[in-house]
Design a protein around this ligand. Structure first.
Ligand code: 13P
Length: 343
C-alpha cells in the first residue's frame, strides 16, 4: 500500500480539531488492573469491556472526543449486544486508534532508564490494525528528569525507536502519535523539566527527519513543562503554560498539525487549567493544542462507576463533564466556575 499523505494529514487534523481531543483508553492489562484495584473492581475481560463500552456509549462525552486510543484486547472486543466497540466509536463521530508499543523495558547499562520495545513485527501488526479500523497509533517513550538523567543514550535510542515506529505507521497509512514523555513523578524543578523536554523534543524531531517521517501526517503527544509532583515548590498555572509554549515553539516545526498533551498524573482540573491557559494566551500558534488524556478524563468516571451497572448514568455524566471541560480548554474557553456549577 502506498502512503497517502493527504489522507494522513486529513486524519491528523481531525484528531486535533478545535473543541475536541483524544481519549487515551489504551491502558495495558497491567495498568487497567491498577486502576480497577483502586475502585475495588476485578479486572476481568467482561468488566474491562463493560467499563469501556460505557464510555463509548456516552453521547454527551463523545461529543468532545475526536479519537480513542485502544489496547489490543479492546479493538477486537464486542459490546454486550454484539456491536464491535470500534463501531460504537465511529458512530459517535470519533476515530479509533491503537497503542502499538510493547511497553518500557530497562535500558541496558543505564540505571533507572527505559527503552520502549515493540518494533519487531510492527509492520504486520499495523496492517492488521488498519483492517480492524485503526487510523492512528500510539508509541510512548519515557524519560526521567532527575539525578543527571536522562542520558543521551536513553534520548537517542528512544528517539530512534519513535522515528522507526512513525515511519512504519505512515507507510501503512496510519497516523503516528509520537509520545516522548518526560515523567513528572519526582521532586525535580520545572527548570529541569524544561531543559530535558527541550533536549528530548529536539532529538526526537531530528530522528523523525532522518527516518523521512512526514510531519504533516503525525500528532505529537508531549508532557507539559511542569514541576515534579514531589517538588517542594510547584510552579503555577501561568508558568506551566508559558514555559510549555516556549519549549514547543523552539522545538516543534509548524508543519505538525497538532499537539495533544498527556496528563501524566496531573489532577483532572490541573490538566484542564494548563491546557486552557495555553490556548487562552496564545490563540495564534502554528499547531493546534489539545488533550490526549487518560487519567485526567477517566479518574472521575471510574470512581463514579465502581463496577456497578446502576452507576452507569452517573459515571457517564462524570465523563461527559470532564470531556466538555477539556473541549472548552482546547479553545481557551474554560473557566474554573464551570467546575463548581457542575459539582
Ligand atoms: P495519561 O493522560 O494518564 O498520562 O495517559 C495518557 C497516555 O496515553 C499515556 O501513554
Amino acid at each position: 500500500m502506498a502512503m497517502n499523505l493527504g489522507e494522513l494529514n486529513r486524519v491528523a487534523c481531525a484528531m486535533v480539531q478545535k473543541g475536541k481531543g483524544i481519549l487515551a483508553a489504551d491502558e495495558s492489562s497491567g495498568t487497567i488492573k491498577k486502576r480497577f484495584d483502586k475502585i475495588g473492581v476485578d479486572s476481568t475481560e467482561e468488566n474491562r469491556r463493560d467499563y469501556r463500552e460505557m464510555l463509548f456509549r456516552s453521547a454527551d462525552g463523545m461529543k468532545h472526543i475526536s479519537g480513542v486510543i485502544l489496547y489490543d484486547e479492546t479493538i477486537r472486543q464486542k459490546a454486550k449486544d454484539g456491536t464491535p466497540l470500534v463501531k460504537l466509536i465511529e458512530k459517535a463521530g470519533a476515530i479509533p486508534g491503537i497503542k502499538v508499543d510493547k511497553g518500557t523495558k530497562p535500558l541496558p547499562f543505564s540505571k533507572d532508564e527505559t527503552i520502549t520495545e515493540g518494533l519487531d513485527g510492527l509492520r504486520e501488526r499495523l496492517s492488521e490494525y488498519h483492517g480492524l479500523s485503526a487510523r492512528f497509533a500510539k508509541w510512548r517513550a519515557t524519560y526521567t528528569p532527575t539525578q543527571g538523567r536522562p542520558s543521551y543514550n536513553c534520548i537517542s535510542a528512544n528517539g530512534h525507536a519513535l522515528a522507526r515506529y512513525a515511519a512504519l505507521c505512515q507507510d501503512e497509512n496510519i497516523v503516528p502519535i509520537v509520545e516522548p514523555e518526560v515523567l513528572m513523578d519526582f521532586d525535580n524543578s520545572i527548570d529541569d523539566c524544561e531543559a530535558v523536554t527541550e533536549w528530548v523534543l529536539k532529538e526526537t524531531f531530528a530522528q523523525l527527519y532522518y527516518a523521512n517521517v512526514a510531519l504533516e501526517g503525525m500528532v505529537l503527544k508531549p508532557n507539559m513543562v511542569i514541576s515534579g509532583m514531589k517538588a517542594e515548590k510547584r510552579a503555577g498555572v501561568e508558568e506551566v503554560a508559558e514555559r510549555t509554549v516556549k519549549v514547543l515553539k523552539r522545538c516543534v516545526p509548524s508543519a505538525v498539525p497538532g499537539i495533544a498533551f498527556l496528563s501524566g498524573g496531573q489532577s483532572d482540573e490541573e490538566a484542564t487549567a494548563h491546557l486552557n491557559a495555553m490556548n487562552a494566551a496564545h490563540p495564534d500558534l502554528p499547531w493546534a493544542l489539545t488533550f490526549s488524556y487518560g487519567r485526567a478524563l477517566q479518574a472521575a468516571p471510574q470512581k463514579a462507576w465502581s463496577g456497578k451497572a446502576d452507576n452507569v448514568p452517573a459515571a457517564q455524566r462524570a465523563f461527559a463533564h470532564r470531556a466538555a471541560m477539556n473541549g472548552l480548554a482546547s479553545k481557551g474557553g474554560w473557566k474554573s466556575d464551570l467546575e463548581k456549577q457542575a459539582a
